[in-house]
Design a protein around this ligand. Structure first.
Ligand code: GCO
Ligand code: MN
Length: 394
């Protein structure tokens, strides 16, 4: 058992929670609240007491739309005092562009130019607050950016509207010299029937269309549940973001397939899938924000809310220990070595094009039938070994 047997979080884990996860009172489309309110300040303090490194917030988690400047100032100074007293950081900020009816048909992609302008203004104000709290990142989850009636919006026009807003806001961050990145959080649907930027691939392609000067500061914060809602594999989606150098933050939770967005605790639905997410982070030394974006079961009381906070971080740490065990397991390493062996002379033949390389590659005689029989791929054994390690019998 490695030294991590306590599984207690430490600052180096960079675990964070959305305050909204702790403030969630169990309301759902079919039922009212089941818990007494926990306000943002109590949420931040509680997260700090349980070892979370950071928190993230929507502007309207900490004050209502239309709050007086005095109330905003008061809340901000109370937040900063808690941060000073506990050492917890504000890792990311974001804007609620989805709850107020004004955004019922979108924010950046609303058909109403006045709503689009109001949305950008609201984000600028939220960015100022996030910068004041030292946030390193700012989230863009386009909750209302989408459609139910395709005749209502041309998605090409919507993409342009989304891009205009992001380009403008990137420039706003630069003009104010805020040390802040942006992340797009893809989701295929809910609350909109179809949402724009539904997957990591869509978001990465969109980032590549931003003004060149802005592309470097914009990445993605994929969320496990959203990936599974799209029927995709989180291991591959997160990997695509890492490989593109655009994975700045994680939104960790869990989800059973083919259901509404459940926002379950990390590892509570598919441990093996979450094992591979953690394996990816370990193998590629991810050093960004590991935020949990989920909420306690509706059946929980306030004690349960804090059980929920602790279980998310513990599960991640336990899986991290399993990853180290798997990566050091002799049988697994030997099997992988066998599976990945091959004649190194063929590796890199086409890494860089030269006419000579092309001639050489064209000149090789391959025997596909012999190649097909080339080696044993003991995947049944490999997967069973991992399964037994995860079940603790290896
Ligand atoms: C969801 C999203 C949100 C966002 C949050 C920050 O509700 O499906 O995951 O929780 O992450 O609004 O942008
Ligand atoms: Mn999220």
């Amino acid at each position: 058992m490695s030294s991590m047997s306590s599984y207690a979080p430490s600052a180096s884990d960079k675990f964070a929670f959305g305050v909204w996860c702790v403030m969630n009172r169990g309301r759902d489309p079919f039922g009212d609240v089941t818990r007494r309110p926990i306000d943002a300040l109590k949420a931040v303090r509680g997260l700090a007491e349980r070892g979370a490194w950071g928190f993230e917030f929507h502007d309207n988690d900490i004050f209502p739309i239309g709050a007086s400047a005095a109330r905003v100032r008061r809340t901000m100074s109370e937040l900063k005092k808690i941060m000073r007293d506990t050492g917890i950081r504000c890792c990311s900020g974001t804007t609620n562009l989805f709850y107020h009816p004004v955004f019922k048909d979108g924010a950046f992609t609303s058909n109403d130019p006045k709503v689009r302008a109001y949305a950008v203004q609201k984000v600028m104000n939220a960015i100022d607050l996030a910068a004041e709290l030292g946030a390193q990142n700012f989230l863009f989850w386009g909750g209302r950016e989408g459609a139910e009636v395709d005749f209502a919006k041309d998605p090409v026009v919507s993409a342009k509207r989304f891009r205009d807003a992001l380009n403008f806001l990137c420039a706003y961050v630069r003009q104010n010299r805020y040390a802040m990145t942006f992340t797009i959080e893809p989701k295929p649907n809910e609350p909109r029937g179809d949402m724009y930027l539904p997957s990591v691939g869509n978001a990465l392609a969109f980032i590549a269309t931003l003004d060149k000067a802005n592309q470097k500061m914009v990445g993605v914060n994929p969320e496990v549940a959203h990936i599974k809602m799209a029927g995709l594999n989180p291991y591959h989606e997160f990997a695509q973001a890492i490989e593109a150098g655009r994975l700045f933050e994680l939104h960790l939770n869990d989800q059973k397939p083919v259901r509404y967005d459940q926002d379950l605790a990390f590892g509570s639905a598919d441990l093996k899938e979450c094992f591979f997410i953690v394996k990816l982070m370990v193998d590629h030394r991810f050093d960004g924000i590991k935020a949990f974006d989920c909420h306690p079961y509706r059946t929980e009381d306030e004690d349960g809310v804090w059980d929920f906070v602790e279980r998310n971080m513990r599960t991640y740490k336990i899986l991290e220990e399993k990853v180290h065990e798997a990566n050091q397991n002799r049988e697994l390493c030997a099997l992988l070595e066998e599976i990945r062996a091959g004649d190194k002379a063929f590796d890199g033949l086409y890494r860089r094009f030269t006419p000579a390389a092309a001639r050489k590659l064209k000149g090789i005689r391959f025997d596909p039938d012999r190649l097909a029989r080339g080696r044993k791929l003991a995947y049944e054994k490999l997967d069973q070994l991992l399964t037994e390690l995860l079940l603790g019998v290896r």
